[in-house]
Write a protein that binds this ligand. Structure first.
Ligand SMILES: CC(=O)CC(=O)SCCNC(=O)CCNC(=O)[C@H](O)C(C)(C)COP(=O)(O)OP(=O)(O)OC[C@H]1O[C@@H](n2cnc3c(N)ncnc32)[C@H](O)[C@@H]1OP(=O)(O)O
Length: 425
């Protein structure tokens, strides 16, 4: 059977909120359920049995065995909708989109929701390994004597909780500190980073101003807009902030040109042409293709967040496209310098030849087509939810434009990158 066309039919997210704020009491499950229900209500899907829902969170509690299934059970979708968790760090939402799009293309399902959620406000605290093992022994104990014996192994020092770290397990370095190394390697200036960050805020503010998010964002817990947005951000104001990553001489990465820790959830609805037609849903964009790459940032001398150019090169080649064949570029702004390093790498003849194996560099992108409605620096970045935000926004942009393609690029922890192409219909 030849693959079918797959369409993005809609998207929804709750406003993204800075960590430790308005969503302090919301769990990942609460937020993902709210994002799904906003989509269900907007597209009249109440009681509908979809082909499947694939979503996930980067930071989960141990009790969240299948967070996505629980969120579906708590939503207004039919409980007969299968659902499962996906985890690909910051690429989770996009990886989930690629997964379900491929299943729709193969005819395995006709419709699906993909998405993600994350909260650093409700992050799990782990207990000390020794204490955990002792408590397990207490559980296994068959007699009161055995239980007492196990309990005597507990020491007061074991009670300090362990917080999840925003650091790479293999290097112990924070993602920001990894990126600071790459920023220096590529010679990305502070001015260029602050300029990109200010533009992200200005573009997001303008998009809210013209109502772009009216049918993409559902108010939640009294919040109606991403609260990291600072429309008054200018390069001059950002230039005053102190570096927070890669400290020392020449440090350029600040709280203003790095994403904040954020809470939020997002989902997108995908389906075949027949399914969309039966439900009178308008296809916003066609899902063309997706690719994931990984780099050896531990031994291979490549930057932690540099996988996207590798994935983009393979995706373009497979689809017979050049980097310039796009109307929109949606490049996740993990840090302003991540985007700038990717752009510089794709312009570099040496990088493209030696690392990507290309005869010619991929070249430059028209910067007026980059993140035109703002990106993660302004909206915030609830890790797994960023992919859904981008897919839904890009599909709507292509629908509004009526022609052209859009390229999505998301860097992910673990030295990975997920990229995809959407096309106007
Ligand atoms: C995970 C993956 O797979 C891949 C990826 O995406 S990698 C990216 C993952 N994300 C991260 O690593 C998140 C990194 N972020 C952080 O750890 C923290 O947000 C941070 C260390 C960067 C900053 O934390 P913080 O110091 O608490 O920030 P915050 O207090 O909000 O801001 C510091 C100052 O900058 C100011 N500021 C921030 N943004 C500003 C802006 N746009 N304009 C003007 N001022 C701004 C704040 O007002 C604040 O000023 P005061 O000190 O005068 O109050």
């Amino acid at each position: 059977m030849s693959p079918r066309d797959v369409y993005v039919l809609g998207g929804n997210r709750i406003p993204f909120v800075r960590s430790g704020g308005k969503y302090l009491k919301a769990s990942n499950q609460d937020m993902l359920t709210a994002a799904i229900d906003g989509l269900v209500s907007r597209h009249d899907l109440s009681g509908e049995r979809l082909g499947e829902v694939a979503a996930g969170a980067v930071i989960k509690h141990a009790r969240d065995f299948n967070l996505t299934r629980e969120s579906v059970l708590g939503s207004h979708l039919s409980p007969q909708t299968p659902a499962y968790d996906v985890q690909q760090a910051c690429g989770t939402g996009l990886e989930a989109t690629i997964l379900v799009a491929n299943k729709i293309a193969l005819g395995q399902v006709d419709s699906a929701i993909a998405g993600g959620t994350d909260t650093t406000s409700d992050a799990p605290l782990a207990i000390n390994d020794d204490l955990r093992r002792t408590l397990m022994m207490v559980n296994y104990a068959k007699t009161p004597q055995q239980r007492l014996k196990a309990l005597t192994k507990i020491r007061p020092g074991q009670f300090a909780p362990e917080q999840p770290k925003n650091a790479e397990p293999r290097t112990g370095l924070a993602m920001g500190d990894h990126q600071a190394i790459t920023t220096k390697e590529w010679g990305i200036s502070r001015e260029a980073q602050d300029e990109l960050a200010a533009l992200s805020h200005q573009n997001l503010a303008a998009a809210y101003g013209r109502g772009f998010f009216d049918d993409l964002v559902t108010p939640y817990l009294g919040v109606s807009k991403d609260n990291n947005l600072r429309p008054d951000s200018t390069p001059e104001k950002l230039a005053k902030l102190k570096p927070v990553f890669g400290k020392g001489e020449g440090a350029t990465m600040t709280a203003g040109n790095s994403t904040p820790l954020t809470d939020g959830a997002s989902v997108v609805l995908l389906g075949s042409a027949d399914w969309a037609q039966e439900r009178k849903l308008t296809p916003l964009a066609r899902f063309v293709d997706g690719e994931t790459a990984a780099v050896d940032y531990v031994h291979g001398g490549e930057g932690l967040l540099m996988a996207p150019p590798y994935a983009i090169a393979r995706l373009l080649q497979r689809n017979g496209l050049t980097l310039q064949d796009f109307e929109f570029y949606e490049f996740h702004e993990a840090f302003a310098s991540t985007v700038l390093c990717h752009l510089a790498a794709m312009e570099s003849p040496e990088f493209c030849k030696e690392r990507l194996g290309l005869d010619e560099p991929l070249g430059s992108v028209d910067r007026s087509k980059l993140n035109v409605n703002g990106s993660s620096l302004a909206a915030g970045h609830p890790f797994a939810a960023t992919g859904g935000r981008i897919v839904a926004s890009l599909a709507k942009m292509l629908h509004e434009k009526g022609s052209g393609r859009g390229l999505i690029s998301i860097c992910a922890a673990g030295g990975q990158g997920v990229v995809a192409i959407l096309e106007a219909v």
